[in-house]
Design a binder for this molecule. Structure first.
Ligand code: NAD
Ligand code: UDP
Ligand code: UDP
Length: 350
């Protein structure tokens, strides 16, 4: 494996201290479903650096082997092509269940498959947790709050979801996955953790996945018009991936079985966010290349059906029970993300 490989050189791995190899019982056998995806690959890096034994299962629908290929050959690492809709047998201590497409174009590509992944995939992983007595963490989403009527959203809010709209396969899929999780917790005593993740971005995000951060940065870097959907008044709050990984690992190793929001509270209208990305791209090109590029145009496109109007996490619970709060400002994260895509474009790998 090549810890210095290009694929991780922009993830500032140096910011966290690699520790000595753990010995049991600290060293865990950890299963990461969806471990070849954007969030999964960063989680795998961190767990490997902590010295755990990590098995990734992934069907490579939206993920790619290259995101974790730098670990291939390491004795603590294993990767299996497997679809979580089918049962899976392994002995393990912890399960991080991430497998599920997360970007609207991806999860709407085959809505029925997204629902099967959420329901049958989660059922299988809970069955596995029940048999092995492994602790089970699911990556749920702020989407379970739908187009929220309370703002910001705390974990007590039940949500406002259209059950038959184009986003429902994902939103309702995650809602039933949470219901299953608490069903196994109450009936079978499975030890569960539920992370409700808010919009997250960072290196290794697929530049063509259609999400707003990747779209805006790629458009600005290529000098294309930036596409704001609707009038740009809808809001989102953006979290850098390293903060999310801190939160997921803290939650897994806490005693908190209730759902916990993990996100960054800095809220932007999408219109303002487009301007911030545009400025960041200009700043980075000036600093790194000495080039003064003109500002690209920001244009409007139709707003997608059921696009939530507001979204910001209330992270009081994460702060109180995990001692967790985000460390990365959006400006810092965006600069790193712009440099990552810029380098990838330059090497011709995008
Ligand atoms: P991603 O699409 O990059 O990763 C998902 C991974 O799961 C991919 O590697 C994909 O190939 C795999 N996968 C999908 N269906 C599968 C199946 N049936 N069997 C096996 N593997 C399968 O998305 P991501 O952004 O890394 O999201 C990871 C998790 O975090 C998802 O559960 C998502 O719902 C959740 N989440 C992400 C965000 C975010 O902003 N990125 C926000 C909220 C929740
Ligand atoms: N399962 C799995 N791996 C295991 C144990 C169970 O994939 O190690 C699957 C199993 O095939 C079933 C699901 O998890 O489809 C739920 O398991 P459970 O034992 O709760 O239900 P049952 O098998 O009794 O229907
Ligand atoms: N969006 C946009 N332009 C784009 C992509 C997305 O204006 O090129 C908007 C989208 O309509 C939504 C917000 O940005 O209001 C976040 O979209 P994303 O798909 O990233 O995440 P989600 O809607 O799931 O929060």
């Amino acid at each position: 494996y090549h810890p210095d490989s290009q694929s991780i050189s922009y993830t500032t791995l140096t910011r966290f201290q690699p520790v000595k190899l753990l010995s049991p019982p600290e060293r865990k056998r950890i299963l990461v479903t969806g471990g070849a995806g954007f969030v999964g690959s960063h989680l795998v890096d961190r767990l490997m650096l902590l010295g755990h034994e990590v098995t990734v299962i992934d069907n490579f629908f939206t993920g790619s082997k290259t995101t974790v290929s730098h670990w291939i050959g390491h004795p603590n690492f294993e990767m299996v092509r497997h679809d979580v809709v089918e049962p899976f047998m392994i002995e393990c201590d912890q399960i991080y269940h991430l497998a599920c497409p997360a970007s609207p174009p991806h999860y709407q590509f085959n809505a029925v498959k997204t629902l099967k992944t959420s329901f049958m995939g989660t059922l299988n992983m809970l069955g596995l947790a029940k048999r092995t007595k492994a602790r089970f963490l699911i990556t749920s989403t702020s989407e379970i709050y739908g187009d929220p009527e309370v703002h910001p959203q705390n974990e007590e809010y039940w949500g406002h979801v259209n059950p038959i709209g184009p986003r429902a396969c994902y939103d309702e899929g995650k809602r039933v996955a949470e219901t299953l999780t608490y069903g196994y917790h109450r009936q079978d005593g499975v030890d569960v953790r539920v992370a409700r993740i808010f919009n997250t971005y960072g290196p290794r995000m697929n530049p063509a996945d259609g999400r707003v951060v990747s779209n805006f940065i790629m458009q600005a870097l290529r000098g294309e018009d930036m596409t704001v959907y609707g009038d740009g008044s809808q809001t989102r709050s953006f979290q850098y991936v390293h903060d999310l990984i801190d939160g997921l690992i803290a939650l897994m190793n806490s005693n908190e079985t209730r759902p916990v929001n993990i996100g960054n509270g800095d809220e932007f209208t999408i219109g303002d966010f487009a301007k911030l990305v545009r400025e960041t791209v200009r700043k980075v090109k000036k600093e790194d290349d000495g080039v003064d590029v003109p500002l690209v145009n920001i244009i409007q496109k139709p707003i997608p059906t059921d696009d939530p109007q507001k979204r910001r996490p209330d992270t009081t619970r994460a702060k109180e029970v995990l001692g967790w709060q985000p460390k990365w400002s959006v400006e810092m994260g965006l600069e790193e993300m712009v440099r990552y895509y810029k380098a990838k474009l330059a090497e011709g790998s995008l």
